[in-house]
Write a protein that binds this ligand. Structure first.
Ligand code: SF4
Length: 370
């Protein structure tokens, strides 16, 4: 039996794979919701090892990939305004907007600063009172508490030169949109453990009931994923879909109440444009009116209107909804590569296309002793 050396407990991994193989009566289809999970499934060869037993498809869990091109265009526009410095996570820099990426805007003289956290941007604004610093706030419920904290901190410091360009999105409405699509083939979900660490998972009860699918809160380590897959398949086999937490070392049913309180203090839920999906009801966050002073769109007069995204060659919608896998995209590895990406899923460190480029040639076989 060969296993990837990086498995922390190869014996346990073998046992989990054996249990999965002996449990299933048909090939089920599960969707992982987090880009980190997608990368682990590919990196550790789990997708290949279980391919006869479960079809693992990859959902819209890459925050960079779902940020609409309008938001990138807004960020690019801000970066070239006199006196403005756009601060962003590094992952966003190479994502194509409808005209160009932030990296190419920077090459043309746009002021784009790479930061590790929103609080770094607050500190930068404090140290540079003559500059207007805008932080590009993207991501799911995992990153939103940090941007909410940045706003609260800027308010406490009475900074008038700090604001947010907000493009935060929410996971559960996207899962609902996927299940309401007539094209979906999803029979169960591996829910994103880090999102549930913030939000909790009690809101998944109604979802699992409504769509009759198992939702298993799952981490990112290979053993977490094998446990999550086993639990989801067990539920599918016994016909009792439910919500189960297989990531109890981090996620609690109620979630992180402090983070939730901060989120609801600063943000309100709105319908939101997702790249590749269009408008998702209750799919995003915007700053509450009390924090309008920190809204870069208002401060710099950017339109709030959600333009139709420019038509793209990239099949990210099909990839992120699990309709195709990256190698089925005709551009994969040809016109679209990590050096010359056509779409965000090839750029982002959490994108499904980048995972397949990086790990699919890394042939790993998991053979169970029989
Ligand atoms: S391979 Fe490239 S063009 Fe195709 S879906 Fe992925 S990012 Fe888009």
């Amino acid at each position: 039996m060969k296993f990837v050396n990086e498995f922390r407990d190869p014996l346990l991994a073998q046992q989990l794979v054996e249990q999965i193989r002996s449990l299933v009566s048909k090939r089920w289809t599960l969707m992982d919701i987090c880009g980190g999970q997608t990368h682990s499934l590919l990196r550790y060869g789990i997708e290949d090892a279980l391919s006869d037993y479960v079809e693992l498809i990859h959902g819209p869990g890459c925050p960079v990939c779902v940020t609409p091109s309008k938001a990138i265009d807004d960020a690019q526009q801000l970066s070239i305004l006199p006196g403005v410095i756009l601060a962003s996570f590094g992952d966003m820099l190479r994502v194509p907007g409808s005209r160009e990426s932030l990296l190419s805007a920077r090459a043309r003289g746009g002021r784009v600063k790479f930061v590790y956290s929103p609080l770094d941007a607050v500190q930068f604004a404090k140290n540079n009172p003559d500059a207007q610093v805008v932080f590009f706030a993207v991501g799911f419920e995992t990153t939103a508490p940090a941007t909410a904290l940045a706003v609260l901190q800027a308010k406490r410091l009475q900074l008038t030169n700090f604001s947010l360009l907000v493009s935060h999105v929410r996971v559960l409405p996207a899962m609902e949109a996927l299940m309401l699509s007539p094209k979906h083939s999803i029979e169960g979900f591996l829910a994103a453990g880090h999102v549930c660490t913030i939000t909790g998972y009690k809101s998944y009860d109604a979802f699992a009931d409504r769509f009759r699918v198992p939702v298993v809160v799952t981490g990112f380590e290979p053993l977490d994923l094998l446990r999550g897959i086993l639990e989801a398949l067990r539920q599918l086999e016994n016909g009792h879909p439910n919500v189960i937490n297989c990531y109890s070392r981090s996620a609690r049913r109620e979630g992180n109440l402090v983070a939730q309180e901060m989120l609801s203090q600063v943000y309100e839920v709105v319908d939101c444009d997702w790249r590749g999906f269009g408008i998702i009801e209750s799919g995003g966050l915007r700053l509450r009116d009390e924090f309008a002073d920190f809204d870069a769109k208002l401060r710099f007069g950017l339109s709030n209107e959600s333009k139709r995204n420019a038509p793209e060659l990239c099949l990210s919608a099909e990839v992120m909804s699990g309709q195709i896998k990256p190698p089925q995209c005709p551009f994969f590895g040809k016109q679209c590569t990590p050096d010359s990406p056509l779409g965000a899923p090839m750029v982002s460190s959490e994108g499904a296309c980048s995972a397949y480029m990086r790990y699919r040639s890394y042939v790993v076989s998991i053979e169970c002793a029989s």
